[in-house]
Ligand binder design. Structure first.
Ligand SMILES: Cc1cc2nc3c(=O)[nH]c(=O)nc-3n(C[C@H](O)[C@H](O)[C@H](O)COP(=O)(O)OP(=O)(O)OC[C@H]3O[C@@H](n4cnc5c(N)ncnc54)[C@H](O)[C@@H]3O)c2cc1C
Ligand code: FES
Ligand code: FES
Length: 1254
């Protein structure tokens, strides 16, 4: 059956029967249309890498409308006759780039670039949907569904906000260009709309797809489904929350049914078609809020604005949401909680002419699966009589489901507080708990502002709210406090000012985040331009346009295969048999491989390389952690490969009764024997006039969260394997593949164009996927693609080394450390590979302080039942610096001194920090701001502020070797460089090109950088730590110097004013070699320190635990920055990734099985665009040249990560005030990584009985 789609103005006429019924738009675009600008990562609507723009006719109005959508969730069959635009379609090198692409590049919003096309398309969709008229606020609010791990969002938001009508950015030209592009399209007739509508498709595998246009047709189709599993296809976004049942073979697309997409409003009721999208519903709420009785719709709009993210809301529908709640009662549906609070009635049908009217709770209990929801009916609630409020408290600012959500509808007299009726609803407590029924009854006839009534309410609430304890959800204790706190928040909001203590009143508001902004201050030295010149990243524009290629964009022949790991599930048990028969029977499954199929060594790391002992590619014996790969399914599609993994049966013996060892805290508290050389010493010789204290400081692990998944494409080529792998270390990956296959190393050739983020995830962990793909390609002699899913990456791959510090100090009253003991433990996971303790952590614990004979530190790696930990941005240094910074804060707390004076008391006056810290403190007006905050905290009981400082002396250690080949083309003098470093967003290619241009004395435009490969880049060290750019610049300078030496006689022999092109052409005629290859080797540059300081100001809502990062100042010593724009980007990005580590990113395991429970975007939360500092000020300290660094510069990739610990010191400051108010004894609170909203509320020290008015 032929169907038409238009993609980027090209007509695709396809036979749908050639594809699976549930093929997504993303798969079609990438694999069949072979348009690779649209990326993917999470496949669940949580990251935004896959966003496209769709245009089609509205079924009711008939008007063309445009919206951004997640192509990973959108099913191709629901797009028949629609027009799809991808990043390639709006601008490219042929037709010219689109202003959004240009602006994003121009303002440095693209580092690794993997997220960039998604951001561009989300903005394009927003502008198209709003006909170009957007405000700054709307723009800033619209990127909750786009994650970026590199930039820290500030430059992206600035680029996007420049398109707002109220922007202040000077970009008139671009706006005009933009309008030109939009107008050209607006109102155009979509040429595809000619085709006759489809009604039904029956596939070979018995799947069916229906396109009913009316209720009658729909129920007729439903009858054809019989008792088989089916779904009504709204937006298919629920698949992003709960994976669709694999048995669903019948799809009834209900998007063309007018009744489901319409709405009606009169004086009494607002009736919403059940499959209105959440975005459409929000527009209707705005309209309805203007009518008497429906003012509450304004609050509905605000609440819906916190559901999912813009593209998900554009496709996801009301009924899809409520129906998901019906299927999964534990789902904290926001639509449900607020509709139930408002006593919304729905109409549903089991057959075409039998409407049933009921409330939502009744609907949820109905057993029938074949119920179609047709409408939702909202009644009017005159604002004179009714108060409606709703809350959704989430772990980060946007794009997350709620910890707890709540809706309150009170019929009451505001002046007297008298309540006539109440609906009090909560989500996130227990699947069976919705209404606080006893409280609803209790408040009737009572004065809500009466002291005793309130006490009774909170007493009752704390009895009836008994949250369940189901991981990975937040603790019952937090959710209970939060739920009660939300009702208290409502009361504080409503109560007349004269009845409440003034300092309580601010607790009634939610924190309001203003539009964010930033400043970047640096000196520019023109002497060595283009070195030191703030030039745009070379690949920025192609990245923003989606033209830049990543490993998965490598095109292969259409017989390529796809892979998925099969994981072991019994930690500590021994595998005795693996039976893949059932999996192999599945249509489309081609092979299963396990350890016994490996011709050579079963290890993906190799002892030849520093820091490694073998780790199995496929587990062959004792299972070391939950989901350890034990085999590989190879199939004709990605989906089939994944489905087949569940059909592999594994038999184990020696099943363990003990739960796995999962965390340092658990191991230490359970007194498990640790193989340790740590002696627990105590501090003696305590003199009068001094203080001692002890503490524990815990830092969890962190998932790298690269936007580009672990990817390898292995292609058999002649007698070799051609590998495109997202590796930071080709040499290692090449070696392990050769050893695994028992073939020569030169039979495995690599090309790495760029990575979509690394941060350490692709130093060694990438090798497992690479080996698996290579094995399959080798065995089957077919191209093989292995792109790990987010679940698989999070389950199988090692993460940051978690760390626990057990310390004790003895200090004089001025804060000077007399002695300090720090025993710390780092979580190695299942092997000691990549142990950072000796190389990185130990030395970092000294930071910039005078700690010599008075300091004992003992670091110990602890083996646990988790994937082997790996390096993650600023490994070891983050933990080392944070441990000592925490001790400084603790000393300040015990001595009652300011944390800055304690730091100064411990810094040797000759250390550079002794000058930098006072200068920084002065420039940021630290003391004035701190005094203002202390005053604010006295005047506010439930909202607190805090200021936190951190300082850093980061050790930059060089090691390894890197080569670089520079070739000059005699025809036009252009230059190409192929170097051994891996570009992964850090700007290595740009810096290298700047250096080549400077040394050769040619314009930057003449220099190109080719992909890294194992010919020119053989034997190179991994691009890791922060030294890659400098090392490669060094190698390139050496090569260029060789070329200059060769060219000098030619130059001298020509006229003085000869051009570069003339010199090069003459050299060629004289048979001079215009290719030079040199390398950087260990010892060519000396290690050095990088200094940095940060101050973070935060505002915290104690009732919810949510916070705003009001302002961050960073001063970082970058020597003479090679490229200040790139370096600012590295600093901002590293700091924001650090904020994620300290504030939101939590890994939760099943304590019995060892399974990771937070392995998706749904439950693991790196920072989003509205989690970054509101006022983000970066200054590069450039006046001090670095004699050890390359051309006096310093590295910037990692250090700023270490400064983000200042955020938890700001929280400590805020929480100390909260605990004083709560009447607690003074004690230094144990905050660690992460300190989530849950930890904040629990540390704040209040109890529900403190929820009073005065
Ligand atoms: C990343 C992400 C974040 C999210 N965050 C939130 C959040 O914070 N809060 C929240 O509440 N929700 C959240 N959601 C859920 C989202 O609101 C739902 O996925 C969406 O509303 C489902 O609508 P849909 O049309 O896509 O449903 P579909 O996926 O198309 O269908 C889902 C189910 O609904 C059934 N269905 C569809 N229409 C009807 C109908 N008319 N009658 C009966 N059954 C029907 C289908 O048969 C199917 O079983 C999130 C989703 C994603 C992907
Ligand atoms: S891949 Fe679609 S949102 Fe992540
Ligand atoms: S630039 Fe955004 S993820 Fe790398």
């Amino acid at each position: 059956m032929k169907a038409n789609f238009i993609i980027n103005e090209v007509d695709y006429c396809v036979n749908l029967l050639n594809f699976p019924a549930d093929i997504t738009l993303n798969t079609f675009i990438r694999e069949h249309a072979q348009l690779t600008a649209t990326k993917y990562m999470c496949l669940e609507g949580g990251c935004g890498a896959c966003i496209c723009v769709i245009r089609g006719k509205h079924p009711v109005t008939g008007k063309l409308r445009t919206w951004a959508a997640n192509s990973c969730l959108t099913l191709l069959n629901s797009l028949v006759n629609m027009e799809i635009t991808t990043s390639e379609g709006i601008g490219n090198k042929r037709i010219g780039y689109h202003p959004i692409q240009k602006m994003l590049a121009k303002l440095d919003g693209s580092q690794c670039g993997f997220c960039s096309p998604g951001f561009v398309m989300n903005m394009y969709g927003l502008l198209e949907a709003k006909e170009g008229k957007v405000t700054t606020e709307e723009v800033e609010n619209s990127f909750g569904g786009n994650l970026c791990r590199c930039t820290g969002y500030r430059p992206i938001l600035e680029a996007m906000k420049s398109f707002a009508a109220d922007n202040t950015y000077d970009m008139l030209l671009d706006i005009e260009e933009l309008n030109g592009k939009s107008c050209k399209k607006a109102g155009n007739k979509c040429p595809a709309l000619q085709q006759k509508p489809l009604s039904r498709l029956i596939y070979e595998d018995e799947s069916q797809w229906f396109w009913p246009k009316t209720f009658e047709e729909l129920f007729d189709d439903l009858s054809k489904v019989r008792d088989n599993e089916f779904m009504f296809v709204g937006g298919n976004t629920a698949h992003g929350v709960y994976r669709r049942n694999e048995n669903i073979k019948s799809f009834i697309d209900i998007n063309a049914i007018r009744e489901l997409k319409t709405y009606h409003i009169d004086n009494e009721h607002l009736t919403l078609g059940a499959n209105l999208s959440l975005t459409e519903t929000m527009h209707i709420f705005k309209e309805a809020a203007q009518r008497p009785g429906f003012e509450y719709c304004e609050q509905l709009w605000k609440h819906f604005d916190l559901i999912a993210n813009v593209p998900v809301r554009n496709n996801g529908t009301l009924a899809g949401n409520i129906s998901t709640k019906k299927a999964y009662m534990e789902f904290t549906s926001d639509v449900f909680i607020i509709f139930e609070t408002l006593n919304v009635q729905l109409i549903c049908y089991e057959c075409a002419n039998k409407p049933q009217v009921m409330g939502l709770l009744e609907y949820l209990k109905l057993p029938s699966k074949k119920l179609l929801i047709a409408t939702f009916s909202l009644q009017s609630f005159p604002k004179e009589r009714y108060i409606f409020q709703s809350y959704k408290i989430l772990p980060r600012a946007q794009n997350s489901h709620a910890y707890v959500n709540a809706g309150f509808l009170l019929e009451m007299e505001l002046e007297t507080g008298l309540v006539h009726s109440a609906r009090i609803c909560y989500g996130g407590i227990r699947p069976d708990f919705v209404h606080a029924t006893t409280v609803e009854a209790m408040v009737i006839g009572q004065n809500l502002f009466d002291r005793e009534t309130l006490a009774k309410i909170f007493h009752e609430l704390s009895i009836i709210i008994q949250p369940n304890d189901v991981l990975p959800n937040a603790s019952p204790e937090y959710r209970k406090k939060l739920a009660c706190g939300l009702f208290y928040k409502l009361i504080l909001n409503l109560v007349p000012a004269e009845l409440v203590k003034p300092e309580y009143k601010s607790g009634g508001e939610l924190l309001v985040r203003p539009i964010s902004s930033g400043s970047q201050t640096y000196e520019i030295k023109k002497k060595n331009f283009p070195v030191n010149q703030p030039v745009e990243k070379l690949e920025a524009i192609i990245q923003c346009a989606g033209e830049a290629t990543y490993m998965n964009d490598t095109l292969t022949t259409n017989n390529s295969l796809y892979c998925a790991f099969v994981g072991a599930t019994r930690v500590g048990a021994k595998i005795v048999n693996i039976d893949a028969k059932e999996a192999l029977k599945m249509l489309g499954v081609v092979a299963f491989f396990s350890a016994q199929d490996i011709p050579g060594r079963n290890t993906f790391v190799n002892e030849r390389f520093q820091w490694f002992i073998p780790e199995e590619i496929f587990c062959s014996d004792i299972v070391q952690f939950y989901n350890q790969p034990l085999g590989l399914i190879v199939a004709i599609t990605h989906d089939i490969a994944h489905r087949a993994t569940t059909r592999v049966r594994v038999t184990y013996t020696n099943i363990q009764n003990q739960p796995p060892k999962l965390s340092l805290k658990q191991i230490l508290s359970d007194n498990h024997k640790i193989e340790t050389n740590v002696e627990t010493k105590t501090i003696s010789n305590i003199k009068a006039g001094t203080i001692t204290a002890k503490g524990i400081f815990e830092m969890g692990s962190q998932y790298h969260f690269t936007m580009e998944p672990q990817t390898t494409i292995a292609i058999p080529f002649e007698e070799r394997l051609q590998i495109s792998s997202s590796t930071q270390w080709m040499d290692h990956t090449q070696c392990v593949i050769a050893e695994m296959l028992n073939i020569k190393v030169n039979s495995v050739q690599f090309v790495v164009r760029r990575l979509g983020g690394g941060y350490g995830a692709k130093i060694s962990r990438c090798n497992q996927v690479a080996c698996a793909a290579a094995l399959a390609a080798y065995k089957l002699n077919r191209p093989v693609r292995f792109v790990q899913t987010i679940e698989s990456m999070m389950n199988c791959n090692g993460k940051r080394w978690a760390c626990l510090s057990d310390y004790e100090f003895h200090a004089s009253l001025n804060g000077k450390i007399l002695s300090l003991r720090n025993n710390f433990y780092e979580d190695a996971g299942c092997s000691l590979n990549e142990n950072p303790i000796n190389l990185l952590t130990n030395i970092s614990t000294l930071n910039c302080y005078e700690l010599t004979s008075n300091y004992q530190y003992n670091g110990q790696a602890v083996v646990t039942d988790a994937p082997s930990a790996t390096w993650c941005r600023a490994p070891g240094s983050t933990e080392g610096i944070a441990m000592t910074e925490n001790i400084m804060e603790h000393i300040a707390f015990e001595t009652k001194l300011d944390a800055v004076s304690v730091r100064l008391a411990n810094i040797n006056p000759t250390n550079k920090m002794a000058q930098l810290l006072p200068r920084f403190i002065k420039s940021i007006e630290y003391h004035t701001r701190k005094a203002e905050i202390d005053d604010f905290n006295k005047r506010n009981r439930w909202v607190k502020c805090g200021l936190g400082i951190s300082v850093m002396q980061f050790n930059l250690i060089f090691f390894g070797q890197f080569s670089a080949t520079v070739s000059i083309y005699h025809c036009d003098g252009t230059v190409t460089i192929s170097h051994a470093g891996i570009e992964m967003g850090q700007g290595i290619n740009t810096k290298v090109a700047q250096v080549a241009a400077y040394i050769l004395g040619i314009p930057l435009e003449l220099v190109n950088i080719e992909a890294t490969n194992t010919v020119n880049g053989a034997n190179a060290m991994s691009t890791l730590s922060s030294f890659g750019s400098e090392s490669l610049c060094y190698a390139v300078r050496k090569s260029c110097n060789v070329l200059n030496d060769r060219l000098k006689p030619v130059k001298d022999s020509l006229a003085k004013n000869s051009t570069w092109q003339q010199i090069v052409a003459t050299a060629w005629q004289r048979s001079i070699n215009l290719i030079a290859s040199e390398n950087y080797k260990q010892g060519d540059m000396q290690n050095y320190y990088i200094y940095g300081l940060a101050c973070t100001e935060m505002k915290v809502d104690l009732l919810t635990g949510n916070h705003l990062i009001k302002r961050v100042d960073i001063l970082e010593d970058t020597g003479e920055s090679l490229n200040p724009r790139i370096d600012v980007g590295q600093i901002e990005g590293a700091f924001v990734m650090g904020l994620g580590y300290w504030l939101t990113e939590k890994l939760v395991y099943n304590r019995q099985t060892g399974e990771l429970l937070t392995n998706r975007t749904w439950n693991y939360k790196p920072p989003g665009a509205k989690d970054i500092p509101i006022d983000f000020r970066i200054e590069l300290l450039q006046s001090i040249p670095n004699e050890n660094g390359f051309m006096r510069s310093k590295a910037t990739g990692e250090p700023a990560f270490c400064l983000a610990v200042s955020s938890i010191f700001a929280l400590q400051h805020a929480l100390q005030s909260a605990r004083d108010d709560a009447g607690h004894r003074k004690e230094y609170i144990r905050l660690g990584a992460p300190t989530t909203p849950e930890d904040i509320v629990l540390a704040a020290g209040h109890e529900v009985d403190m929820f009073t008015l005065n």
